[in-house]
Design a protein around this ligand. Structure first.
Ligand SMILES: Nc1ncnc2c1ncn2[C@@H]1O[C@H](COP(=O)(O)OP(=O)(O)O)[C@@H](O)[C@H]1O
Ligand SMILES: CC(=O)N[C@@H](CCC(=O)OP(=O)(O)O)C(=O)O
Length: 262
């Protein structure tokens, strides 16, 4: 069993929550991969540099200045801090962007209906997992940022949830996988202001209504789209839960947070 965990930017930005999450992530048995966001930190740096951040449906419009900023933040600062913190916990992490070892090669999103700039879409040919599997076999824990390349020398910004889904799908071709999305809330909430309103199970055919009624919005949209995509393409289980529950969720889906099903 390979466990693929994604950790979101609101947790990364909170030292106490992040430390607790990393303690627990380091304890997960067996081969594992960590994918991190960092959207909140990129937004803060962007504002400090005078570049107005703009997100549409949970995805960042990434112009030439912004791709430099997000590369510095995700592939640099956040990735290397995460690796050092895992090393301190006895977890032999190796920090990667999608460009490293050509593991994730994306294509720039079409300019219609929204021109997102240097933002990647991934397809079934995007993940080249031979070297990734070798790293896992050698006992490393790969830690990915949300930066990929296009094979023509350009770096592209990708939603970190999409990267987690694509890596889980690629690894599921040759073995069992589970995907755990960790963020700051207890799961997908029926009422965003009520932490006790966790929806414990969401089926794919319920997704449309959750969107049209506004129950899910913003960053939760790509998270759910990517979750169903992963299940449809062979990932064994997908759970969306709070970072504190990463060990529980990786051991027993349905025990906490929101479990997705087709
Ligand atoms: N129904 C919902 N339940 C929980 N969060 C929701 C919901 N609808 C929208 N959201 C928003 O989605 C966000 C999670 O997506 P995102 O900001 O991309 O997080 P992360 O960076 O952790 O991946 C939450 O912080 C919350 O603001
Ligand atoms: C294209 C796109 O939107 N990329 C994301 C990548 C980081 C990310 O996904 O961070 P969180 O998981 O913390 O939201 C962004 O720049 O915000």
């Amino acid at each position: 069993m390979i466990t693929i965990v994604k950790i979101g930017g609101n947790v990364i930005d909170n030292p106490a929550l992040l430390s607790d999450f990393l303690d627990k992530f380091a304890q997960i048995d067996g081969p594992k991969v960590l994918i991190h966001g960092g959207g909140k930190i990129a937004t803060e740096l962007s504002l400090r540099l005078g570049v107005e951040p703009q997100l549409v449906d949970g995805r960042r419009i990434t112009n030439a200045e912004t791709i430099d900023i997000v590369t510095m933040v995700y592939a640099g600062l956040v990735n290397k801090k995460m690796v050092a913190a895992l090393q301190a916990r006895g977890c032999n992490a190796i920090g990667l962007s999608g460009a490293d070892a050509n593991i994730i090669c994306g294509v720039q999103r079409p300019k219609e209906p929204v021109d997102f700039g240097f933002v990647a879409d991934l397809n079934e040919n995007s993940v080249h997992d031979d070297h990734l599997k070798q790293l896992l076999y050698d006992g490393f824990t790969p830690v990915f940022s949300a930066i990929v390349h296009d094979g023509k020398g350009n770096l592209l910004n990708c939603n970190a949830d999409t990267i987690a889904s694509a890596i889980a799908v690629a690894l599921s071709k040759k073995g069992d996988t589970k995907l755990v999305y960790c963020f700051e809330k207890k799961g997908v909430l029926k009422d965003i202001n009520d932490d006790s309103s966790v929806i414990s199970l969401i089926k794919k055919d319920e997704f449309g209504e959750l969107v049209s009624t506004g129950v899910v919005a913003k960053g939760m949209l790509p998270k759910l789209q990517n979750s169903f995509d992963a299940l449809a393409k062979g990932v064994g289980s997908v759970v969306i839960t709070q970072a504190e529950d990463v060990l529980t969720a990786s051991g027993a889906p349905l025990a906490c947070g929101t479990t997705l099903s087709l």
